[in-house]
Design a binder for this molecule. Sequence first.
Ligand code: ADP
Length: 741
Amino acid sequence: MTSREDIPMILKFELNQQELAALSLTEGEEVLYAVPYDCDLSGKYVKNGFTVVTNKRLVLLQNAVKEKEYDLSAYDAVKAEPRINCGVLYAVKDGQDYLIVRYSAKHLARYAYVARGIALLKSGSTERAESEEYEKTCFVCGRALPGTKDCPHCNRKSRGVFFQIVQLLGSYKKQLIPIIALMVTRAIIGLFSPELQKYLVDEILYSGEKKYLAAMLVLVAMFLVGIGIALVDIGKSYGCAKLGSTIGKDLRSKLYNKIQMLSLSYIHEKRPGALMNRIMHDTGRIRMFMEHVFCNMFTVVIMFVAVVIYMLVLNWKLALISFIFVPIAAVVSMLWRKNIHRRFRLQGKKSDDVHSALQDVISGMNVVKGYGKEQDESDKFNGFSDVFANVQTKNEVFWAMFFPLLNFLMGAGVYLVIFYGGRSVLGETMTAGEVMQFVSYTSMLYMYLGWINNLPRQLMDLVTSMERINDIMTQEPKIRNTEKACKPEITGAIEFKNATFGYHSYEPVVEGVNLKVKPGEMIGFVGASGAGKSTLINLIMHLYDVDDGELIVDGENIKDIDIDYYHSKIGVVLQETFLFSGTIFNNIRYAKPDATEEEVIMAAKMANAHDFITRMPDGYNTYVGEKGSRLSGGERQRIAIARAILNNPKILILDEATASLDTESEYLIQTALERLTSGKTTFAIAHRLSTLKNADRLVVIDKHRIAEMGSHDELMASKGIYYGLVTAQLEMQAKKEEATA
Ligand code: ADP
């Protein structure tokens, strides 16, 4: 079976004979890339369009007819650029842009790779552009995938998922065996009870004698069977509930651990709310399945088969009459099953949307309130909630229509048995007890059939949840230790070598960065907002890998350095300090869990935090609240500095560490930072450029590239971008002071 992981993004679609003929390839000419386009230049949807790149030219095909061709050597470059809901590929010549082709947003990444391929071709390289991404649309039907790797329409992996569920259960054999034994016992006792009914009617009530004692004994036996059934059911439910909770708990922790391991890019792509939904809701569904469905599964299946055999043996003619509606019910449920799966997947996706919106708003509540956007956010949330409710209602209505229809078919089977059985009693070919027993078995048969018919929905629910869980479990973190992973001594020597990186393959955020930093040097990144300063820091922190070029740390490619080891050498102080709910003591100790009390207090003193901590009634045991909400911004910052000092990092990241603080806090923090940074390679970003004056070198980022580099004085003297930024800030400050004077 082909899995989604096997289908990397296709950059060379297969062309048919007519399309190849339309290309009329010359000798030595070879098709390198062939990708679809689905818009004309004005943005209208078109079908059967292909952009073909050979080693000599670029050709546009439409319905197997050559529309246009471009000699690639006549242009300086070919670029792919995202626009609103679409993208364009254009050629550049003498500073002038020439639009080549337009395509919908689903092909953005594909064309970015093609543009990269053309650049390689033009540089004379024989290398081909290859994509590390996977198709975001279904390989079979072309529909967009709803956040899972498998297409709900093509539904190609259900069987594989069933196998995984069996495998999952297999790892809980110890708990499973007693449950299955109880299910089998329950089936045997259940089958036995109609026998007692028959005996009571034929041998006692209709015998013509007054068999009081025998009647009492049968009633006691029936009572005991009832108690037996209840006890077995209790045992079975207890076992299933315990097993369900254990599986749910294990899956939750596996998922949680996996998510911690995954790269930031995946977590950003999936949205925190959606991930939380998968951890809580989908694992919960698996637990529910174990408790409510699996618990009866074996009993029902065994009893269904046994009842069918038993009825055939007792009276095959009457049995066949009672079975008349079974195939009809089976066909109806089979026809509806496919539909159910698709519907429940969609419901899962809409539920993700609701959770995401909720998570967003709750975590950003201060911003929502600050801007008075409560109503807007309510409307937005209600929008998602409405869509979810609509999908859910439609699904329930669909189900509600389906189930009564089946119930009717099942009831009809019992009526037929009563009708033909009654005639047999009158004709004296059957006893009243036999008919009663038969009616009991027929009711059982249809009850179990009803249950079995409900099973596809429950199973599809389970499969959908399992798929959503698998989707995360089968992800490989993009940042992971290679076989060569090493632990070199980190002194803080860092070098960017022609490094290029973008969060999306088609949108480089930093390009061709060359920067060599000596151990202990302090570098200030400067540039307009969105220039790529934090992105460079993300690369230094190895949260992402560069797409092209290299990042070298102490002579080793950062990709080959053990990740945990490297992270233990980095300290971070951000503008928005993240504190975990817990005590101040534990928050400082977060970076070094084995730190002693003395070490923590020493770090707090160096961070100018000791005084304010000891002024609090609970001192170091003060609870900081969720995300440190009970502390001021300056206090949180100093705790973060203490945390970084304790870790004694070799590389330090200060991202807007002194932004939005009052003057007193800023002074305390500045002096704490000076202690922290001495002798460490430091990368700092600050909006207020005056705070970067201490930096050994300032690196100015503009238009994705390093535009200027040097000390404050050198950059001021050269009167370039930095000079412009500083003077603009000084002017603004002067205006502010004038206004407040
Ligand atoms: P700066 O720190 O200079 O303000 P950033 O490095 O944060 O800039 O961002 C540079 C560009 O990258 C911006 O256009 C921003 O929108 C984009 N960007 C930042 N983070 C992400 C992300 N996780 N996913 C996609 N784009 C991002």
